[in-house]
Design a protein around this ligand. Sequence first.
Ligand code: NAI
Length: 733
Amino acid sequence: MMTTPLSTDAGVTVTVHDGVARVVFDLPGASVNTLSVARVRALDALFAELQRDVSVRAVVLLSAKKDSFIAGADIDDFVQATSIAELSAISRDGQGALDRLADGRLPVIAAIHGVCLGGGLEAVLACHWRIGTDHPKTTFALPEVQLGIVPGGGGTQRLPRLIGLTPALDMILIGKTVRAKKALQLGLIDELVHPAILERVAMGRAREFAAGTRTRSRSTGHGDAKSFLLEENPIGRALVFRQAREKTLEKTKGHYPAPLAALECVQAGYADGVAAGLAAESRQFGILGAGDVSQQLVSIFFAQTALKKDTGLPDGERAAPLPVRKLGILGAGFMGAGIASVAAPAGTLVRVKDTDWTRLARGFGAVRGVLRERLKRKQVTRQQFDDLMSRVSGSTDYAGFADCDLVIEAVFEDLAVKQQVVRELEAAAPRAIIASNTSTIPITHIAQAAAHPERVIGMHFFSPVHKLPLLEVIVHEGTSAETIATAVAYGRELGKTVIVVRDGAGFYVNRILSPYINEAGHLLDAGARIEEIDRALVDFGFPVGPITLIDEVGIDIAGKSGPIMAEAFGARLQPSPVLSRVVQSGRTGRKGQRGFYRYDSAGKKGAADDTIYGMTAHGTSARVSLPAEQIVDRTVLPMLNEAVRCLEDGIIRSPRDGDIGAVFGIGFPPFRGGPFRMIDALGATTVVERLRALDAQFPGRYTPAPLLVAHATERVPFHASHTADAGRARQGS
Ligand code: NAI
């Protein structure tokens, strides 16, 4: 018997055939399926109806979306609910619906192809048989902690009982993604099949369940835990929990409450039963969701979503991006090789030129190293690895450049060399857009050498290119709309978060870094200890402190930008005396095994090098101990101030871009949202007052930006709210 298809409010279509209900999730008007509060209720009602219908004996749950099963909960509901009580209620509703699904009469078979995330995975965990496709797009994760919350639909209870405590904690506390094959090994899914037969196999299983020839063999998260060696007894579990707690604290440094809260939920479930675990989960979901950290992380998520849809063009301008099938790279050095290693996996043919074969070979070695890492992590097969390597070729002349769509130059940081290669490229690659990866030279100057300056642009990658997610696209006065659109679209194809900035010394990221680094130097000159400065800023939330950062970037490289910034902006961005002296000393940082810190021959960082103190204005006399807040104020406040100046000067287009550039470009603490979000949280008035106090002590270095003063006077924040960018994301501006 076959019933007519029934479409529901939940975005699913139901057909019943031979006792099997085929439930297909296909949210209208959306590229992925998400679970909103209303949809969960509608699905709950639908399943209640199916449970009552005696003609139905099993259910198959499918998605009609391409490469996506369920992408998670609908974040709009989450941001609209602002109180702890509302958020906890959302979680309790979800838990209730999934409990009814798990405990119901009907066996439910989840047929999963594509991403299965967050609430989507929690729904799947409540099903009775899980089949995943053997496809790279089929992945499982609970990414809630990345938004500062805990899973709210029973995930903290069902997952450990299904796959064991240790792998479950990896997923719950870090948001680790699991691929289909691994999911099978873990027992997260029961079967792995080719996408072409997913539905057929799922329907077959459903018929077996309906006929009673197959029974629910695995846990559905109600306490019937399998044996997991160490974790099966309370003592072993206590050990796992303790280690997880220590590891989490070490990683979060106390700045991110969600992973610890999630751990407590899992622990509560084992100590006092699943009901207690679920209660803890919904309580924490509410508390964390209404908290500051989650709001900042959500704001970053929205800003990123908005940027994914941003063409990068000024308001009202339109231009279609040109396809980039072949990319030319000039310079197989550190950056050139890095760019090649992300371009090949994006499907681009890559042609690299350097001045000699030795350098080219070294560059290829670097590309192979990055791609081999993918192979090691099983992100690509051996065959795919070979294919990726075969996409990259090179030469010491311009052979193979004629049909390049885009050429990125990453040659030495020298204006004359850059201008020379632009001239050469216009002849060798006549239709290519020419992008410069310069970190300090104004694009305007490079473009002066071009017959077609409209095709010249900056594409500033950060090192290591395969790890750092930001790309600054730099536009000079004459860059055409088509060139901008192409650079932005291609940067996104490379997996980068792209911000478009106007040309100017330091662009955005290096400009706001400049006062931060300089002031760290001034603190050294004033007698502070190297480790003390770094520790204060790591405690503030940066991944490394400013002094370590100089060693990492290279003292020689950092040293080049100092004078350029001072020339452009005067006394405000004058490098500190100690920085200039250390640059002159010839130390290069980690790569030369000698910097502000000592390094062993393997490049491992040791203690600070005390001999540096002899180069400070304070001299070798006893160091002075400064309170951490003072160190933070003196380095971070001028960075915030400079970010506002960049907005004022039109270098960045919006506070949103400024926040994203800082978070993704220099690791500005994500839980603080970015410089503009931090100013909003402190209040512009407070920031202005503190800057003025410092300016009185150190005239000229801390003068508040006029725009910051205006925000303080009018008491208006830079962002309307933490969801302000959501509207933009939806409109796709
Ligand atoms: P690098 O010194 O490692 O590599 C430069 C390469 O360019 C060398 O292999 C050199 O032989 C080659 N080269 C020089 N002239 C050439 C020409 N006419 N044709 C072809 N190849 C030529 O330098 P790195 O670090 O890769 O920097 C390259 C560019 O990227 C610079 O403009 C730098 O400012 C910028 N940059 C560097 C970052 C870093 O962290 N190293 C970060 C962001 C940008």
